[in-house]
Design a protein around this ligand. Structure first.
Ligand SMILES: [Fe+2]
Ligand SMILES: [Fe+2]
Length: 238
């Protein structure tokens, strides 16, 4: 949800929005919710933390409700929810790209859980921004009909979007820290967790190999090498 000061400012700002551009955006936002549904369904196959599973089931249900809310908004504003705008098609492609990274065989069970959660954070960042924008439009629009359609929907959904994003982001951080701690223990026990990882050792200065060549003769600037003349030379210390 937008910050309080921003919300107050919105009420004192009047905006006229392009109807056609708004309909394109609404189509895109619906595609984001549809992609979100697919991402949650896939994530639920991969996450095993019980708290994450419970929350993701709840968020999936809410995401499906958001689709209905958007479908109703589009219909009430005279649009066709089944026709996709170009940006809606792009949003669908983005979700498909995230889906392709999920359940990778090269990742451990832990890594697949973390990756699934990270993808949810990415998708929810967009979803959250979408509803924040709809709330802003509802507050700023001079079109009373548009305000009536958007305001109640945005008010309800924005709070849920706050939780989708904030809870998942926080939990992801906790699980990442736990995984790092666990891997640290594996490192200490000598059972590395990732065979593909290459260890970079700090550079250790090796002892200079014994040189077979004559030692360098330290010369003072402006002086000549007297070794050849008197048979003595100062050897530089190493
Ligand atoms: Fe949503
Ligand atoms: Fe969401």
């Amino acid at each position: 949800m937008a910050e309080f000061t921003e919300i107050v400012k919105d009420y004192f700002t009047n905006a006229q929005v392009s109807k056609s551009a708004l309909m394109d955006l609404l189509s895109e936002f619906l595609a984001v919710e549809e992609g979100g549904q697919q991402l949650y369904e896939k994530a639920l196959e991969l996450v095993f933390d019980s708290e994450v599973k419970t929350k993701f089931r709840e968020f999936l249900k809410q995401t499906m409700t958001h689709q209905k809310v958007l479908t109703e908004i589009i219909t009430r504003l005279g649009g066709n929810p089944r026709s996709q705008s170009r940006t809606a098609k792009i949003a669908t492609m983005k979700a498909q790209s995230l889906l392709r990274t999920m359940g990778d065989r090269g990742l451990s069970r832990d890594q697949n859980q973390l990756n699934a959660m990270e993808n949810i954070v990415l998708a929810e960042t967009k979803d959250h921004a979408d509803w924040e924008l709809l709330g802003k439009i509802a507050r700023q629009t001079t079109d009373a009909r548009l305000r009536d359609v958007l305001a109640p929907a945005a008010k309800n959904v924005e709070q849920e979007e706050d939780e989708h994003l904030n809870w998942t982001r926080k939990k992801l951080g906790e699980l990442q820290m736990a995984a790092l701690s666990q891997n640290r223990k594996l490192d200490a026990s000598g059972n590395g967790h990732d065979s593909e990882r290459q260890t970079v050792r700090p550079a250790v200065e090796s002892k200079r190999p014994r040189s077979t060549s004559k030692p360098r003769v330290k010369r003072k600037s402006g002086t000549t090498n007297h070794k050849a003349r008197n048979g003595r030379g100062s050897r530089s210390s190493h």
